[in-house]
Design a protein around this ligand. Structure first.
Ligand SMILES: NC(=O)c1ccc[n+]([C@@H]2O[C@H](COP(=O)([O-])OP(=O)(O)OC[C@H]3O[C@@H](n4cnc5c(N)ncnc54)[C@H](O)[C@@H]3O)[C@@H](O)[C@H]2O)c1
Ligand SMILES: [Zn+2]
Length: 364
C-alpha cells in the first residue's frame, strides 16, 4: 500500500492507494471511525458493482454499515439531494459522531463532502473515489459543492476528509469514455509538475489505455502525489493551487458553451490544455518540440468529441468565468514539461488563434 500525506491547516490525513484495498477497507479505515457505525453514500452504478465488497470488509471488522443511495450523475448534484440524504440520516439515528463514506465518482464525493460539512454542524467524511477523475482530483483537497440553476459548484465548503482510500482496481468497471476523460486530468498533473508521470503517458500509452493494473496504479499514485503536494502548500487556492487549473480556463468555457451535454469535464480540459499549449507557444513561453509532445499525448488517447464553436461566445464566457477577476482572464501556461506559470496578459488575438486551433482539430 502506498501512503501519500496531505497536510493542510485544517487537517492532516493520508491517501491510501493500492489495488484490492477496497476489500481491506474495514482494516484500513476502522481506526478513523469514532463509532462502530458508518453510512455509505453511493449511486446505483457503483452500488451494483462495488458496495458488497466494501460492506463485507466493514462487517468483518465489526463495523455496522448502512447504505444511503443517491441518484446518479451531475444532475443529482443539487441541494435537494443533500436534504434528502440528511433526512434519511436523521431517520436512521445518525448523530454527531457519525462518519459518512463517499463511495463513487466526483459527484458522490462532492455531495457527501458537502453534507458532512453541514450535517449537525459538521461530521467526518472518508472518501473512496471510484472514477479516475475522483481518484486523482476530486477526492483530495477538501473542496465540496453542489450546482445551482445559475451555474456549477456555486454552493460549497472546504471540508477535508479523515482519510481517502484509492483502489485503482475498481476502475475496471468504469465506462471507457469516463476512463479516458479522467486520464486527461492525470496527464495534466504530469505537465504541471511531474515529468516522470508525463513520460509514462508517452512511453506506456498502450498499457494505460488497456488498463494494465500495475501501470495504472503508478499513474494514479503519481497524480495523487502531485495533487496532494499542491493542496498541502495551498489549501484554499491562494495562488499555488491555481496551477491545477491548467486547461481549465478554456475548458470551463467549452463545457458551458456546449451546455454541459457534449463534453465530459476531462474532455473539455483536454481541449483547454491544447489551447493553453498553443497560447504558450504563440507567446514564446514554450518551444515547439515540447508543445508538440503535449498536444500529441493528449490527442494520442483517441478522438475527442466534435463540437461547433463560436469564438465570440467563448471569449465572452472567459470574461465571465467565476475565476476571472475584474475581467482579467488568467491562463496556466506550460514553460516546459513539469513547469507552468500563470499569465494574465495574453493578447486577445492569441486567445482567438488558440480557439481557431481547437476548432480546426475538433472538426477533423
Ligand atoms: N471537489 C473537487 O475538488 C473536484 C475536482 C474535480 C471535479 N469535481 C467534480 O466531480 C464531478 C465529476 O466527477 P466524475 O467525473 O467522477 O463523474 P461522476 O461522479 O458523475 O461519475 C461518472 C459516472 O461513472 C459512474 N461510476 C463511478 N465509478 C464507477 C465504477 N468504478 N464503475 C462503473 N461506473 C462508475 C458514476 O456512477 C457515473 O455514472 C463534477 O461534478 C465536478 O464538479 C470536484
Ligand atoms: Zn478538472
Amino acid at each position: 500500500m502506498i501512503r501519500v500525506p496531505v497536510a493542510t491547516p485544517s487537517r492532516s490525513y493520508e491517501v491510501l492507494i493500492g489495488s484490492g484495498l477496497l476489500a481491506r477497507a474495514g482494516e484500513c479505515l476502522g481506526r478513523f471511525l469514532e463509532t462502530r457505525r458508518a453510512f455509505v453514500v453511493t449511486a446505483p452504478p457503483v452500488r451494483r458493482r462495488w458496495a458488497k465488497v466494501l460492506l463485507q470488509s466493514f462487517s468483518a471488522s465489526g463495523i455496522e454499515t448502512s447504505i444511503l443511495e443517491m441518484p446518479d450523475g451531475e444532475r443529482a448534484k443539487r441541494l435537494s439531494t443533500l436534504e434528502n440524504l440528511a433526512e434519511k440520516l436523521v431517520k436512521q439515528g445518525a448523530d454527531r459522531g457519525v462518519t459518512l463514506i463517499a463511495l463513487g465518482g466526483g459527484v458522490v464525493g462532492d455531495v457527501t463532502g458537502f453534507l458532512a460539512s453541514i450535517y449537525m454542524r459538521g461530521v467526518d467524511v472518508i472518501q473512496i473515489p471510484t472514477t479516475v477523475l475522483a481518484q486523482v482530483d476530486a477526492a483530495i483537497g477538501g473542496k465540496t459543492g453542489v450546482n445551482l440553476m445559475s451555474g456549477k459548484n456555486l454552493l460549497g465548503t472546504f471540508h477535508q476528509p479523515r482519510a481517502v482510500l484509492v483502489d485503482p482496481s475498481v476502475l475496471e468497471t468504469l465506462p471507457s469514455r469516463e476512463y479516458h476523460a479522467g486520464l486527461y486530468e492525470s496527464l495534466k498533473c504530469g505537465v504541471i509538475g511531474d515529468p516522470g508521470l508525463f513520460r509514462l503517458f508517452e512511453d506506456r500509452r498502450r498499457e494505460i489505455l488497456d488498463r494494465d493494473p500495475a501501470v495504472i496504479e503508478k499513474v494514479i499514485a503519481d497524480s495523487v502525489r502531485l495533487k496532494a503536494s499542491v493542496v498541502t502548500a495551498d489549501e484554499r487556492e491562494g495562488g499555488l493551487r491555481q496551477v491545477l487549473n491548467f486547461g481549465h480556463t478554456i475548458g470551463h468555457a467549452l463545457e458551458a458553451e456546449t451546455r454541459y451535454t457534449q463534453l465530459l469535464h476531462g474532455e473539455a480540459v483536454a481541449w483547454g490544455m491544447i489551447a493553453a499549449t498553443h497560447i504558450a507557444l504563440s507567446t514564446g513561453k514554450l518551444d515547439s518540440v515540447t508543445a508538440g509532445r503535449i498536444s500529441n499525448s493528449i490527442l494520442g488517447f483517441g478522438r475527442l468529441p466534435r463540437m461547433e464553436l463560436k469564438t465570440a461566445n467563448i471569449l465572452k464566457r472567459l470574461r465571465s468565468d467565476k475565476k476571472t477577476r475584474q475581467g482579467v482572464v488568467h491562463f496556466v501556461l506550460p514553460r516546459e514539461i513539469g513547469k507552468v506559470e500563470i499569465a494574465s496578459d495574453v493578447p486577445e488575438a492569441i486567445i482567438r488563434s488558440a480557439i481557431d486551433e481547437i476548432r480546426k482539430l475538433a472538426r477533423n
